[in-house]
Design a protein around this ligand. Structure first.
Ligand code: HEC
Length: 409
């Protein structure tokens, strides 16, 4: 029996991360919805801030919010925290398992900065810690009182961090790290501010005292920030599927653009919950998305050298792929980190290379995403040759005959 433990651990952690993340974000979206839909209570009790009626799953729900607290503490009080903690713990474990254990493949890019595994890990962890310290410092300063000013500065800090990280790390390593920085800040808010403050309020009330209103205000501030960071952090987590963004020469700028789109769309929904329909925020988000798309397209594969036609032969193109891809992308990879072809894509023979021509173009011509970390030192000329060969149609013609070949099997 041959079990690839790290692959199964990867699956278990990723599944858990996704489930915990959905539970956390789902609950947090629900409470934002709830808060924004509260209307003055028809028969208010002391301390009641508002109420809302809803129907779901065959029953009616009547929720009431107490602004500081009810006169009497309920016997059973539910807290929402483990969803956030589990999301962070599983995400951090994945970061370590993939990007730190196999830093040489996923995190370090020899075309950028040649780091040792230890240096890469220290740089990555420093970004997570620095992210929290800067964010928390800004929140506690007077800037934290002004939502727009705070948001603009924090957005600029994150964009700068993204710029810095794409200079140092592989593109995918940088994108995952910026997601981890935002995610860490969001969970830090829950763990270090929101929950401890709520705990103090509950304890003070239980002891018959008057809780400090600042505790609630601080928790609210962090909660509002988390709400606006949600869409950007979710994008970073799926971004690796989109080479046209992650592999773009100005990928950090596209990331900032997509994040702004997310904030604008979130704002539209936050306002809509309160009964204000402000289509300009939705339209702004959509227009921003289109702008990102157009910007990404205009720069694609620009800047590759032109290779002499005579060199653009199938034999040359295939030998480039075998040289730079087949150590990993083979049914039995020779690369020590892989036991099976990554993504189930083997690129060992002419038929397979033609079959995957479009993906090869996407990953190694339009962008430099493959070979991972450019371990084999694939050159611009080789990428250009491969691109010209694929564009010349040699690949497409073959893939059509391939397909009919399959039909006859
Ligand atoms: C060091 C090992 C390695 C080398 C060398 C390598 N790849 Fe990959 N490739 C991977 C891994 C790992 C993945 C899966 C990435 C992931 O988890 O998303 C992958 C995924 C892919 C995918 C699928 C991408 C997707 O998300 O659908 C394509 C296409 C691809 N590689 C093409 C190439 C080409 C073309 C080359 C050579 C120019 C190459 N690779 C060289 C490791 C490698």
């Amino acid at each position: 029996m041959d079990i690839d433990v790290s692959a199964w651990l990867n699956l278990a952690l990723r599944w858990l991360h996704l489930i915990a993340g959905i539970s956390w974000i789902g609950a947090s979206f629900y409470f934002v919805w709830l808060d924004n839909h509260l209307r003055p209570a028809k028969q208010p009790k002391a301390g009641m801030g508002g109420e809302v009626w809803s129907v779901h799953g065959g029953g009616f729900y009547h929720k009431q919010k107490y602004l500081v607290a009810p006169e009497e503490m309920p016997e059973e009080l539910h807290w929402f925290k483990w969803e956030a903690y589990t999301t962070w713990l599983s995400g951090f474990a994945l970061l370590v398992l993939i990007y730190y254990v196999s830093a040489d493949v996923y995190l370090i890019d020899r075309g950028k900065v040649i780091l040792s595994q230890g240096q890469a890990i220290i740089f990555g962890l420093s970004m997570l810690i620095a992210g929290w310290l800067i964010y928390d410092g800004l929140c506690r300063s007077s800037i934290g009182q002004n939502v727009i000013l705070f948001g603009s500065i924090w957005f600029a800090v994150l964009t700068l961090a993204a710029y810095l990280m794409v200079q140092v790390f592989s593109d995918r390593g940088a994108f995952i790290h910026i997601g981890a920085v935002i995610g860490t800040v969001m969970v830090g808010n829950v763990f270090l501010v929101i929950i401890p403050n709520q705990r103090k309020v509950v304890d003070t009330l239980a002891a018959g005292g008057d809780p400090d209103p600042k505790l609630g205000q601080q928790a609210k501030q962090r909660s509002v920030h988390n709400n606006y960071m949600t869409l950007p952090v979710l994008f970073t987590m799926i971004s690796l599927h989109y080479p046209m963004i992650v592999g773009h020469p100005q990928n950090w700028l596209l990331l900032a653009g997509i994040s702004a789109v997310g904030v604008s769309i979130r704002h539209f929904f936050n306002l809509r919950h309160t009964g204000q329909i402000r289509y300009e925020y939705m339209a702004g988000g959509v227009a921003g998305f289109v702008a990102v798309m157009i910007y990404a397209a205009t720069f694609q594969s620009a800047g590759r050298p032109v290779v002499a036609e005579a060199d653009v032969t199938s034999a040359n193109a295939q030998s480039i792929v075998i040289r730079h891809c087949a150590n990993c992308h083979a049914s039995a990879p020779t690369h020590p980190d892989f036991d099976a072809p990554p993504g189930d894509i083997a690129l060992e023979d002419a038929a397979a290379i033609k079959q995957y021509a479009n993906q090869i173009f996407e990953q190694a011509v339009a962008t430099d995403l493959m070979p991972l970390g450019n371990e084999t030192g694939m050159t611009d000329e080789e990428r250009a040759l491969l691109g010209q060969w694929i564009k010349s149609g040699a690949a497409t013609q073959a893939s059509i005959s391939n397909r009919s070949g399959h039909a006859h099997e």
